[in-house]
Design a protein around this ligand. Structure first.
Ligand SMILES: [Zn+2]
Ligand SMILES: [Zn+2]
Length: 259
């Protein structure tokens, strides 16, 4: 992937490898624009994210590799921010970054994509959980706080699939994403999970294309060797659906380029 905007660092406590290793891996794979977007600090679920006190050293680390490799690759700075009302912090939302990814990992405090809490899936109506998830994505888009929607259909991660139409469930969320002028990421992390397909599915990507919602690409790497994994599959999926351009950001301004 020529643009790759969603990648982590060890500061989130569940990723490994140095920033140099991520960048070198990206250069080797032919990436032209590579963004770090580690899990932003938050006063909820602090175990899986950097601390507020680490924000400045995170920025310094990214700036350092940006300079070091500037002849070979463009490095961008971002955060993956949890959309969780009551827990979003202005230090993150107003940070001087290239972009913010908004992600839903929690439904009423339940970390539905965390294997630790998978048991709760058995206790609930799957269709209701899915609808609640997409309603939350819709709410997130309506806040207009973020540039990119993280893994649009993450709710499918463990393959608890609904009976109802997913397109129908996601329709209002996609309309809100369009209205908020957000970019959708094509995130390959799903290939590494039980669902074994990217976020979003082809069905939802086609719906996004029909609404003229721009896309970008994401490894969602938590290890250097995950950078640009499944590159060919994700790029051909985007082309099949009709996309020819992808987005990246500089100081929160969108830039489009062909892929
Ligand atoms: Zn993570
Ligand atoms: Zn995420």
């Amino acid at each position: 992937m020529i643009v790759d905007l969603h990648n982590h660092t060890p500061r989130c406590n569940h990723a490994e490898g140095t920033l140099d290793e991520y960048v070198l891996s990206a250069i080797k794979q032919g990436t032209k624009v590579f963004g770090f977007s580690d899990h932003a600090p938050m006063d909820f679920d602090p175990k899986y994210r950097m601390k507020f006190e680490e924000m400045s050293s995170y920025v310094e680390d990214v700036k350092q590799v940006e300079k070091k490799y500037k002849d070979d690759i463009t490095i961008l700075l971002g955060y993956e921010v949890d959309y969780l009302p009551g827990h979003m912090d202005t230090r993150v939302l107003n940070a001087e970054v290239d972009y913010l990814i908004g992600s839903v990992h929690f439904l009423e405090g339940w970390g539905f994509d965390n294997p630790e809490f998978m048991g709760r899936w058995e206790e609930q109506d799957i269709d209701e959980v899915w609808q609640k998830y997409f309603d939350t994505i819709e709410d997130m888009a309506n806040t207009k706080l973020f540039d990119i929607v993280g893994h649009l259909d993450l709710i499918k991660v463990f393959k608890f699939l609904p009976k109802g139409s997913i397109s129908k469930m996601a329709k209002n969320a996609l309309n809100a994403i369009k209205k908020a002028d957000m970019v959708l990421e094509l995130n390959v992390a799903g290939y590494r999970k039980k669902i074994e397909e990217p976020y979003p599915s082809k069905e939802l990507l086609e719906l996004a294309f029909s609404l003229d919602i721009p896309i970008t690409f994401s490894s969602d790497a938590h290890k250097p060797e995950q950078v640009a994994m499944f590159n060919e599959q994700i790029v051909s999926l985007a082309r099949e659906v009709g996309y020819t351009e992808c987005a990246y950001f500089s100081k929160r301004k969108r830039i489009m380029r062909e892929f």
